[in-house]
Design a protein around this ligand. Structure first.
Ligand code: GLN
Length: 599
């Protein structure tokens, strides 16, 4: 096993995760099998209890692990399936050491950060690195490890110490350290400044680690003399200094690395020259270029709670992007704060209310993503009602599906106070209820989590067709509440179709309105399994419906979505399209970190 460690210096938010995923991707494109580990030096055991507001979305894995969103980048870029153990946190490491101490494994000895914590880190890495993640047997060739945080943080010290020992133990030729750093350009003179990188490399060295490769974030390509200076002061060969300058979309980053021969430098350090072929990135390159060229818009209104921070819905945005590119449309996401759509806002702040409604009405499709808590629920309900009544394509995910059911019960069944017991525990018409197996006292890891099977109930429905007419699908879950099984018959009689259920037949997984152009709700999160070249079926359906391509997609039989891996490409048709003209809020804005840096 060969290890590539990616560290970050100078400032956070340099796009280390995307850089590490891109490194994995070019190595994979060279013919190597690649796995990855993300280290988060915080004390939480996992990301499950962390607010998406602060940390971005909680990514969910097949095995039910609730992990950092960077694991999503790895899965999407490398098309792999990771496990919860691929995300290491300080909390997990300490918990394992403390468990051992209580068991008596260290009997008589003093348990310390060095060597016990540092040993536990190394053991964890070596155990997890050999877990196959690409569907093939046996361990991968290379494990890319991303160390979260910035060099110098107190939290990451035990990890740095562990890597110092680890690199020595596995030996030169098996360990490559890539340091992602920043080369700022001072506006006044337009000069690229190397000092911050020099300092951060010095910091790394003082902790016992020597970088083999520098990946420098900068607005433009590094000048040769700047590279020379960095090489001299940081003791890294000039050919091992890569510039990650700003690009139009993140799919260009692996191409930047390839163009600067980063793979050759890495393979040389890892003593693998000759083993690998030239990176095969043909499909990837065409997609990156296609994405730049798209101009016909598709506008999606995202009606949610955390509308201030796009990272809170990262996988949903990626899934929308994958589907839009497959439908040859440029994606525009209009963030609509659910509370802004509510009557209370009309009175208190009519301008905000009108803006929100104008955004909703200007959209080609409406998406209500997952969420927790009652803030904005009423706004989401009116958004679902608007989409249902006006025949606007709608996709409700997890909470979004529950919202659609509540709305249907209220408007169509006339049950005015129908609600989820999450929001009104005493409702007389509980159409969404707490699941019997959940825990109300413990929050961490107690939801219905991870990959569960959904069986289609009928073949003649949009969801089954979009999923390629399979009898069942496996998608990822993260919820505590479900549609009340006792109200299903009543809802069904009124025209709501439950097209997907779990193996027991009591748990509702997919809802559809058969007479609507596209109105689908799912209890699972299809966004987590969407891939750049294999968009998630239901997202593809949504974008296709929003752009007048749904019939073509259904007729053609979609054969290349995240649920399937073989077959031909998706629709390439341009002749349809009812997309309205773009006004604001482009993908560029979504992926910009505020400095015009697209990460
Ligand atoms: N809050 C809802 C539940 O727990 C929905 C969860 C979600 O959207 N992920 O069931």
């Amino acid at each position: 096993m060969k290890y590539v460690l990616v560290t970050g210096g100078v400032v956070s938010g340099l796009g280390k995760g995307v850089t590490a995923s891109s490194i994995g991707l070019i190595l994979k494109a060279c013919g190597l099998r690649v796995t990855s580990i993300k280290i988060d030096p915080y004390l939480n055991t996992d990301a499950g209890t962390m607010s998406p507001f602060e940390h971005g979305e909680v990514f969910v894995l097949d095995d039910g692990g609730e992990v950092d969103l960077d694991l999503g980048n790895y899965e999407r870029f490398l098309d792999i399936t990771l496990t919860r153990d691929n995300n290491i946190t300080t909390g997990k490491i300490y918990q394992s050491v403390i468990d051992k101490e209580r068991r008596g494994d260290y009997l008589g000895r003093t348990v310390q950060v060095v060597p016990h914590i540092t040993d536990a880190i190394q053991e964890w890495i070596e155990c997890v690195a050999v877990i196959p993640v690409d569907g093939k047997e046996g361990p991968a060739d290379v494990c890319v490890i991303e160390l979260g945080g910035t060099i110098g943080d107190i939290e990451s010290m035990p990890f740095i110490e562990a890597f110092g020992q680890f690199s020595y133990r596995v030996g030169a030729g098996n360990f490559c350290l890539i340091h992602v750093s920043l080369v700022p350009v001072l506006n006044v003179v337009g000069e690229q400044k190397t000092k911050p990188t020099q300092h951060s490399v010095r910091g790394l060295r003082s902790l016992g680690l020597t970088p083999n490769i520098l990946a420098c974030r900068s607005t433009t390509e590094l000048d040769e003399n700047v590279k020379g200076k960095l090489s001299q002061f940081c003791h890294v060969p000039a050919e091992n200094i890569i510039t990650l300058y700003d690009v139009s979309n993140i799919w260009h980053i692996p191409l930047l690395l390839r163009d600067q021969k980063a793979h050759e430098a890495i393979l040389k350090v890892l003593n693998l020259p000759g083993v690998a072929r030239e990176p095969a990135l043909g499909e990837w390159t065409s997609r990156a270029k296609l994405c730049d060229k798209l101009h016909e818009p598709v506008r999606i209104a995202m009606v949610g709670k955390y509308t201030g921070l796009s990272d809170s819905y990262l996988s949903v945005l990626k899934a929308l992007l994958h589907a839009s590119v497959a439908c040859h449309r440029k994606l525009f996401v209009d963030w609509v704060a659910a509370t802004d759509l509510e009557d209370a806002t009309a009175k208190e702040n009519p301008d905000v209310y009108n803006t929100a409604w104008n955004l909703l009405k200007g959209a080609d499709a409406v998406l209500v993503p997952g969420g927790f808590g009652d803030r904005g629920v009423q706004g989401k309900i009116v958004a679902a009602k608007y989409a249902r009544e006006n025949r606007i394509p709608f996709l409700g995910i997890c909470l979004g599906m529950q919202i659609a059911v509540i709305e249907f019960a209220r408007s169509v069944l006339g049950l005015q106070n129908a609600n989820s017991t999450e929001f009104d525990p005493n409702t007389r018409n509980p159409c969404v209820v707490f699941m019997p197996e959940g825990s109300k006292t413990h929050m961490g890891g107690t939801m219905r989590l991870g990959s569960r099977r959904t069986y289609f109930q009928v073949t003649d429905c949009k969801s089954a067709k979009l999923y390629g007419n399979r009898s069942f699908i496996d998608e990822r879950h993260r919820h505590r509440y479900e549609v009340n099984p006792d109200m299903v018959a009543q809802l069904e009689k009124a025209g709501l179709s439950f097209t997907g259920k779990d193996e027991s037949g009591r748990r509702m997984e997919i809802i559809e309105l058969p007479n609507h152009p596209y109105f689908i709700g799912v209890q699972f999160h299809p966004e987590f399994k969407s891939r750049p070249g294999k968009p998630s079926a239901l997202f593809l359906g949504l974008i296709a419906a929003a752009t007048g391509q749904l019939d073509a997609v259904l007729k053609k039989g979609v054969t290349k979505t995240s649920a399937m891996s073989n077959g031909t490409s998706v629709v390439k048709s341009h002749q349809y399209g009812n997309a309205k003209k773009a006004a604001n809020g482009s993908l560029d804005a979504i992926y910009s970190n505020g400095n015009g840096v697209h990460i």
